[in-house]
Design a protein around this ligand. Structure first.
Ligand code: FE2
Length: 504
């Protein structure tokens, strides 16, 4: 392994930090690495695994004003690239406006999710509620050959070179980027059309918008999706002809908002509302009502006859009870644990003719952060790959492959003390079947103080990894990940090796 330190960022976090999401498996990094020809600890890197796995991370540099929440951490992206049976790794902080301003100041300048916006030293900022730092640490996708990182509460989209992870600037879309509302955490890319679908939300009417960016990186469609009030949608889905947006009955308490406080409350007496929005306009938005819940992540949607089939994770307990045990942190972070929220794979069927919605639970297992072979995005899929959560924590302790045709599931549990990342499905070069490919994830191993990249056969998750590769340093647990095939990345084919591509 050929390893080089390419950067270091000065951290002002306390040496004796005791915050549960800034220590242990969430210990942030300050070093930026570049490693070529990663050491293969076990197995072999498949020669037909070709492309990059990218993962975003909340990696704070400064303490919070008062109360740190992991969603406040500065964005850091990790990339592992595979070509010709070899792999390279790189990690970089995203050079957000907020990171640069705080680096200059040497301290935090904006209030986080668990703090009052009014306490922000800076008057400006980002986020649906305003006066927050856009840390761009939530998701990462690749569109038009560029990696885009996003912020959970709406902000800019930062453009990164998917190989070097250099920050190239912010999405502008020919000057049409919706700077007033930003873009939400989760956008969707449609590999068939090359489009990027997105939404945003805010505290002013109409409270939500939906838009489309073409393969040419220009905004081609942008419409209002009026809501009854400010809401907190996190994710969306799409089919061949529709985008699916949502109005879940968990939103900021309107009365507290008038006092400058932003506290989400669940309203079990209200329905979950699902919007079927024509992808390119032309027809009215159709709304459906379903059982009350909060859906953090959808997996996919597709059209079947008169119906839209929508899969996502239903929460039985969107507002977990405060048991009063375990102190402030345990109370604050009960919203992050899959077992507390009771997240289960669920299917909604929206009948476009009758206007009715029927729904069913697909499994009793508690999983979340579900992904699929992206070539099946918007089309009928059979497999969902998801993470299992460590009890009480925002940590992933295993992988599950849900087979939605047979209703069966295959599991791989990580050893105690080893935590995974959201996996990504990497179709094998020349693949013909939905599960003909690999699952890639990164680990944080607290037993051996190291991190690895694990590669699984997507059709044999329970068999354990086909290969384990060592990263230069133990990385922090993180958020969302994606896969981009080499052929979708400019410069990938022209280079003789991934290392050369890195230098292009
Ligand atoms: Fe998310």
């Amino acid at each position: 392994m050929d390893v080089e330190v390419v950067g270091r960022v000065l951290s002002t976090l306390p040496q004796d930090d005791d915050h549960p999401y800034r220590t242990g498996p969430w210990r942030p990094q300050t070093t930026e690495w570049r490693a070529e020809d990663l050491e293969v600890v076990e197995g072999e890197i498949p020669a037909d695994l070709d492309g990059v796995y990218l993962r975003n991370t909340e990696n704070p540099v400064h303490p919070a004003l008062e109360r740190y929440h992991p969603f406040d951490g500065d964005g850091m992206v990790h990339v592992v690239g595979f070509r010709d049976g070899k792999a390279f790794y790189r990690n970089r902080f995203i050079r957000t406006d907020g990171l640069l301003a705080e680096r200059e100041a040497g301290k935090p300048l904006w209030a986080g999710i668990a703090e009052r916006p009014a306490s922000s030293p800076r008057q400006d900022g980002w986020g649906a509620r305003g006066r927050m730092k856009d840390a761009s640490s939530t998701d990462v996708v690749v569109h038009a050959g560029v990696a885009l990182t996003s912020f959970y509460q709406c902000g800019d989209l930062y453009r990164l070179d998917p190989l070097t992870l250099d920050t190239l600037g912010k999405a502008e879309w020919g000057g049409a980027f919706p700077y007033d509302c930003g873009v939400s955490a989760h956008t969707k890319t449609d590999p068939r059309t090359g489009e990027l679908l997105f939404f945003n939300y805010g505290t002013d009417e109409p409270y939500m918008h939906y838009g489309v960016v073409g393969a040419d990186d220009r905004l081609s469609h942008y419409v209002e999706v009026p809501l009854p009030g400010p809401r907190l949608p996190h994710d969306m889905a799409f089919t061949e002809n529709y985008a699916i947006l949502n109005d879940c009955p968990m939103f900021w308490d309107p009365e507290l908002m008038t006092k400058g406080l932003y506290a989400a409350r669940f309203h079990p007496e209200l329905p979950t509302r699902l919007a079927v929005v024509p992808r390119r306009g032309g027809r009215p938005i159709q709304w459906f009502e379903a059982d009350a819940t909060y859906v953090l992540h959808w997996v996919n949607a597709y059209e079947e006859g008169d119906e839209i089939v929508l899969d996502g994770f239903f929460q039985d307990s969107p507002e977990p009870k405060d048991t009063g045990e375990g102190g402030l942190y345990r109370r604050m972070f009960r919203f992050l644990a899959l077992d507390r929220m009771q997240t289960r794979l669920h299917r909604w069927r929206l009948n476009l003719v009758t206007g009715r919605c029927t729904e069913e639970r697909l499994t009793d297992s508690i999983t979340e952060f579900g992904v699929l072979n992206n070539a099946y995005g918007g089309r009928r899929h059979r497999y969902t790959y998801a993470a299992t959560g460590l009890e009480g924590w925002f940590l992933f302790d295993g992988l599950v492959r849900h087979d939605l045709l047979t209703g069966t599931e295959e599991r791989f549990g990580l050893p105690t003390g080893v935590y995974g990342s959201e996996p990504a499905m990497a179709p094998r070069v020349g693949s013909s079947a939905e599960d003909d490919g690999y699952l890639v994830t990164l680990t944080t191993d607290m037993n051996d103080d190291r991190s690895e990249c694990l590669i699984f056969d997507a059709a044999g998750v329970a068999d354990g990894p086909l290969a384990r590769l060592r990263l230069p340093e133990r990385i922090s647990s993180g958020t969302h990940a994606t896969w981009a095939a080499g052929e979708s990345i400019p410069g990938w084919r022209d280079a003789e090796s991934p290392a050369q591509a890195l230098r292009l």
